[in-house]
Design a protein around this ligand. Sequence first.
Ligand code: SF4
Length: 433
Amino acid sequence: MSKKLFIETLGCAMNSRDSEHMIAELKEKEGYETTDDFKEADLILINTCSVREKPVQKLFSELGVFYKKKKEGAKIGVCGCTASHLGDEIIKRAPYVSFVLGARNVSKITEVLHKERAVEIDINYDESEFAFKDFRTSPYKGFINISIGCDKTCTFCIVPKTRGEEISIPDALIIQEAQKIVNAGAKEIFLLGQNVNNYGRRFSGEHEKVNFTELLRRLSKIEKLERIRFTSPHPFHMDDEFIEEFASNPKICKSMHMPLQSGSSKVLKDMKRGYTKEWFLNRVAKLRQECPEATISTDIIVAFPGESDEDFAQSVDVVKQVKFDQIFSFKYSPRPETEAEHFTNIVDEEVASDRLSYLQALHNEILDEKNAQQLGKTFKVYFEALNQGGFVAGRSDNNLLIKVKGSDELLGQFREVKITSIGRTILTGEILA
Ligand code: SF4
C-alpha cells in the first residue's frame, strides 16, 4: 500500500514550486502518493506564508484541526516561511508537530521525515544546485525557480528573514528544467524569483556572469517552447536592455508585474524600495513605448507607517495614470524582525480600511472601463483548465483570463478567440480557428 501525502500550500508561486519539489522527493524516494483528504494521509504537510499576520494565525488553527482529525500515527510537518521565522516555537505551541522545515531547506524533506521534532531552518542553506526529482501540478506549464532569497532590505518585508540572501541558480540547470518541461508536452514556462531581473549577481560556485535578459534570450532558443512568463521583477532593475528584450522577444509573454508598493516617493524612501515615483512612471512610459499591448499588474500597500493623506493621494495618482490591469492591494501588516516593525507613526485602522476600499473601488472602475474595450477583439489563448458550466479557460499572451465553451480536448492547445462578453476577472469568447 503506498503511503498517502496531503500537502496544503499557502502564499506565493515560489511556495507552490517548493511544494512540488517536496512532493517529487517524497514520491520518488519514499513512495508517497498525494491525496486531497488529510484524514487518510500518513503525512500532512502545511507549506506556510509569513508575508502578513493573517496566514500565521491561520496556521495554528489549522494545525489543531489536522491533529484532531488525522489518521492514527500520521505525521504533521510545518514548512515554508513561517517555519523559518518561528522555528521550534511551533513545536512548543503544537507539540504534536513532528518536524519544522524552513523555506530554504526543502531538499531535506526526506531527512527530517525520519527524525522526531527536527527543526531545519537555516535561512542561508544553499540548495541552489540541488537536483530535485520531477513533479509538476500542471501538464501545460512549468514553474522554475531561477533564484532563491532576496538581497533587498524593504523595511516592511519579512522575506529576507525567511528565505535568506539572494543566490541565483545556474542557467544550465534552468535551461535543463525548461527543456524537460517542453519534452513533457508543456508549451509555457513561468520563471520565479523574489527579484528575477536581478538574476546572475551571485551564484553558489564559479559561474559565467549571465544577467536576466541574457537568460531570457537563452531560454527562447528552446524549440517548441512558445511562452515565457516570470515574476517578480523589481522596478529598480528595469533597465532599457531588459524592457527592449521583453518587447522584441516573441516568446516572452507581454504581461509585466511591477510592484509599486507606494506612489509617494517619501513613503518609498521609508520602505527602502530604492526608486521614486518618477522612476517608476518613467519605466512604465518606456515599457508602453516599446510594447503598447503589454498589461501591467502591481502590488500596493496602503497605510504604511507615516503615510499621510497626501502620500496616499500619490498612490491614487499613479493608479489613475498607469491604469493597471491588476492590483494586489493590502493594508500594511507589521512583520516581526523587520525595520518597520518598530516604526511608531502608525496609521489609524479605520483610515487604513478607508484607503484600501477607496483604492480597490477606483481600480474596479478602471478595470471595467479597460475590459469593455476588449469586446470584439481577438486573442491567441493557451487553454489550461476546465471551468464551470462546460467552459474551458486559458490566458492570452498578455495574461487576460478568457473562457470559451468546450471540452478537455482544448487543454494544452492554442486557439484564436474573439471576445463576446465581459466579466471583471474573466472574459468570454468564441473560438475562431
Ligand atoms: S524585494 Fe523587498 S518586498 Fe520583495 S522580497 Fe525582497 S525585501 Fe521583500
